[in-house]
Every structure is written in structure tokens, then in C-alpha cells.
Design a binder for this molecule. Structure first.
Ligand SMILES: Nc1ncnc2c1ncn2[C@@H]1O[C@H](COP(=O)(O)OP(=O)(O)OP(=O)(O)O)[C@@H](O)[C@H]1O
Length: 232
């Protein structure tokens, strides 16, 4: 199991938003995470990464308890967040962006995913090496953000609405690429999305949150048997 949450309670100040949220995610699995605006999706991601403290419960990464660790310690262990909006350097070209991030990630044991690997996995980035990131299309910027996240050799990526602002065909292309790469490299992902039909195409597992409580948590096959909208 890559990532597991057990009875996680988290919120802002004295107020708890998440009510004993539990889920688990195996290597290479994609967990589609749905819910209304304000239901608690981002709060869950923030608690997993350590941007919010866990008031109660446990978070485990590869079996190790991490809920007391700092954000940087969790990043070192392979968690990555791709926040909503494009996580790119808008004024740098693709090549310089990849070079800067791969140099800053270089560790003495050797980074597992190199710049060349990223170009091989996402050939559009090789084609656009000299293009300024801020001048690329939304979908290409998302691919770059995902490529930069891969340079850290993540175990689990937390994807916050990567489809925002993309046309439907680009959403399918982006999700297809992300899914292929996660499967190939055994990276697990939580995919927070409002574009449910597109996210369902690549999901292995589905969760729906409502007012801080998980109201559905099951396999894709189980999710396909029900009307997901009844849970919103
Ligand atoms: N910084 C904050 N301080 C206090 N309350 C917050 C803060 N951020 C979010 N909340 C509250 O926490 C609850 C859950 O918000 P959260 O951002 O997790 O929702 P979400 O499911 O990610 O929504 P969306 O789909 O709109 O991004 C909401 O009631 C929201 O008002």
C-alpha cells in the first residue's frame, strides 16, 4: 500500500472539516476524488502533505507513519502536490525549467527519474524545449507541471483539478498520459476532479466526500454500478 489514511481528522484552527476520513491506495493506483465545492477535497490533500496538521488519525506512506512529519520530510519520502493552476515557471523555457528542477533534486544516490526520462515520457516537452512555459497551451503547461513533479521520483502525486481551463479533448489526452506514466512507474495518484466522466476513465478507485465525510469509497467497478450523483 503506498498511501493510507486512517480516521483522519483535520481542519482550520479549532474547526474540524474532515471527519475520520479513511482510505488506502496501492502502488500505481489512481484514486478519483469527487465532491461538491467546499466538501473537503483540498483539505484532505493538505492534511496528507502536512500543510494542515492531523488533529486525529494516522497517515501512512509505504507503511511508515508520516502524520507527525514536516512537509519537507514528506516530500523527501515521495509525496508531491500539483496544486490547482499551473505549477510551472511562467518566464522560463521548458528546458531551463526541467534543468533547474532536476539539478535541485539531484541527490547523491542518483535521482531515479532523469530529465531525459521526462522527455521520453512526455515527448511534447522535448518538442517544446525552447518554448516559454507561460506561452504554452494550458494542457502543455499541465504536462510540464507533471513532468517537473516526476523529476522528484515521487511515489504518490496529489493532483488538484489538473483539468481546469482545458478543452475536453485536451483533458482526455492529459489524463491518458498521466495514467500511462503512473502505471509504468508505479506512482499512485489522488486525482481531485470536477470532470467526473473524464476522471472515471482512468480511475481504479473512487471516493466521494460530502461535508468532510466520505460517503462513497469503492473500486471503479463498484462506482460504475451506482449513480454517483446520488452521493453528492
Ligand atoms: N484556509 C481556510 N480557513 C478556514 N476554512 C477553510 C479554509 N480553506 C477551506 N476552508 C473550509 O473548509 C471546507 C472544505 O474546503 P476545501 O477547500 O477542502 O473544499 P474542496 O472540496 O476542495 O472544494 P473545491 O472543489 O471548491 O476546491 C470549506 O467549508 C471551506 O470553507
Amino acid at each position: 500500500m503506498t498511501l493510507e489514511a486512517r480516521n483522519l481528522v483535520a481542519g482550520y484552527g479549532d474547526k474540524s472539516i474532515l471527519e475520520k476520513v479513511s482510505f488506502n491506495l496501492a502502488d500505481g493506483e489512481i484514486l478519483a476524488f469527487f465532491g461538491h465545492n467546499g466538501a473537503g477535497k483540498s483539505t484532505t490533500l493538505k492534511a496528507v502533505l502536512g500543510l494542515l496538521p492531523a488533529k486525529e488519525g494516522q497517515i501512512l506512506l509505504d507503511g511508515e507513519r508520516i502524520e507527525h512529519l514536516t512537509v519537507s520530510a514528506r516530500l523527501k519520502r515521495g509525496l508531491r502536490l500539483l496544486p490547482e493552476g499551473k505549477g510551472v515557471f511562467p518566464d522560463l523555457n521548458v528546458q531551463d525549467s526541467i534543468e533547474i528542477v532536476s539539478q535541485s533534486n539531484r541527490d547523491p544516490n542518483g535521482a531515479k527519474i532523469s530529465a531525459d526520462d521526462v522527455y521520453d515520457l512526455l515527448p511534447v516537452l522535448r518538442d517544446r524545449r525552447k518554448t516559454i512555459a507561460g506561452e504554452m497551451s494550458g494542457g502543455q503547461q499541465q504536462m510540464l507541471a507533471f513532468g517537473l513533479a516526476l523529476l522528484g521520483s515521487p511515489k504518490c502525486v496529489l493532483l488538484e483539478e489538473p483539468s481546469v481551463g482545458l478543452q475536453p479533448d485536451l483533458v482526455e489526452e492529459l489524463f491518458g498520459k498521466m495514467s500511462d506514466i503512473c502505471k509504468k512507474l508505479s506512482i499512485s495518484a489522488i486525482l481531485v476532479e470536477h470532470k467526473i466522466a473524464s476522471a472515471m476513465k482512468i480511475a481504479d478507485h473512487v471516493m466521494i466526500i460530502n461535508s468532510g465525510k466520505l460517503v462513497f469509497n469503492g473500486s471503479k467497478a463498484e462506482a460504475e454500478q451506482i449513480n454517483l450523483w446520488n452521493y453528492f
